[in-house]
Design a protein around this ligand. Structure first.
Ligand code: LIP
Length: 285
């Protein structure tokens, strides 16, 4: 098995950038007129369009061509094991509801990770890219090499997360799940957090939320309910831009909670979340 220090993270980041950019072009250029919902998953509002599947099929084909020994884990059907140290964790369209409604806040997220992305705390991203085809923003990072954003044909610029440390003047991103008990709990937590911060932004894509922590458009972000493909690439982009990305106790980020901000604000936001979670009605299954 390849040791993590022997992994060529710069090459992996180039692959992530190139395949994410190709898939991002596909979902815009080949979007059919009258695009509708192809199927649903956890609820009637947890939707999949034909372009989610087509984009994932393209990502899987390209990654199979360029990295045949690696494993693949995608949001939609069709994951596979590998023989190398790398698993590609992809969200073919993060922000699917925004995509369906034509709201310009959706992206393709591609990450190369070591470890098992199905096991909390047992994996980490080593390279990743997040591409918003509407704005032309291409966020990318390789472990230990910094985080960058390029727009259109422009040069990539290095990113640095916001230096905000005061929660009361911090702009915080978050998101909501697809089933009522989870949304009720999220609303209860939000009711505690909202008075303690500058304001909240709910943009509808975790990958873009994390990239906007990296570029300073958000001071911080938190959300419960994410899957590895929602945050794998954004986790690395935010980390390489100087943010701390953990759960609210400082452990590995997971579906239970992800908190992202520079260390000072991260501590204040995590404390606020722990206090809020302690007083709200526990989430019912
Ligand atoms: C989305 C996440 C977002 C969350 C949405 C949804 P999807 O992922 O990126 O943060 O709030 O409810 O889960 O479903 O568009 O890939």
């Amino acid at each position: 098995m390849t040791h993590p220090e022997d992994i060529d993270v710069i090459s992996l980041a180039r692959v992530a950038r190139e395949v994410a950019t190709e898939a991002a072009a596909l979902i815009v250029d080949e979007r059919p007129p009258g695009l509708g919902v192809m199927t649903t998953k956890t609820s009637a509002v947890d939707i999949v369009t034909e372009m989610d599947q087509r984009a994932q099929d393209l990502l899987r084909r390209r990654l199979g061509e360029r990295r045949p020994d690696d494993a693949f884990l995608g949001e939609e059907e069709g994951s596979s094991d590998g023989t190398s140290a790398i698993t590609w964790v992809v969200d073919p369209i993060d922000g699917t509801v925004n995509y369906l409604y034509g709201i310009p806040a959706y992206c393709v997220s591609v990450a190369a990770v070591t470890g098992d992305p199905r096991e909390v705390g047992q994996w980490r991203p080593v390279a990743g890219a997040v591409v918003n085809p509407v704005t032309g923003e291409r966020f990318h990072a390789a472990r230990g090499q910094g985080a960058y954003r390029a727009v259109g044909a422009g040069e990539a610029t290095r990113l640095a997360a916001s230096g905000a440390s005061d929660l009361a003047t911090a702009l915080i991103g978050t998101g909501f799940g697809y089933v009522a008990p989870r949304r009720r709990w999220q609303a209860d937590v939000l009711a505690q957090v909202l008075p303690a911060v500058r304001d909240i932004r709910r943009m509808g894509s975790a990958a873009l939320d994390l990239c906007h922590v990296a570029d300073g458009a958000l001071d911080g972000y938190y959300e419960r309910g994410l899957n590895p493909w929602d945050f794998a690439a954004g986790w690395l982009v935010a980390t390489e831009a100087g943010a701390l990305v953990t759960d609210e106790h400082g452990g590995a980020p997971s579906g239970a909670m992800i908190v992202a901000a520079r260390p000072g604000l991260h501590a204040a936001l995590s404390g606020e979340l722990r206090s809020a979670i302690a007083v709200v009605t526990p989430e019912t299954p």
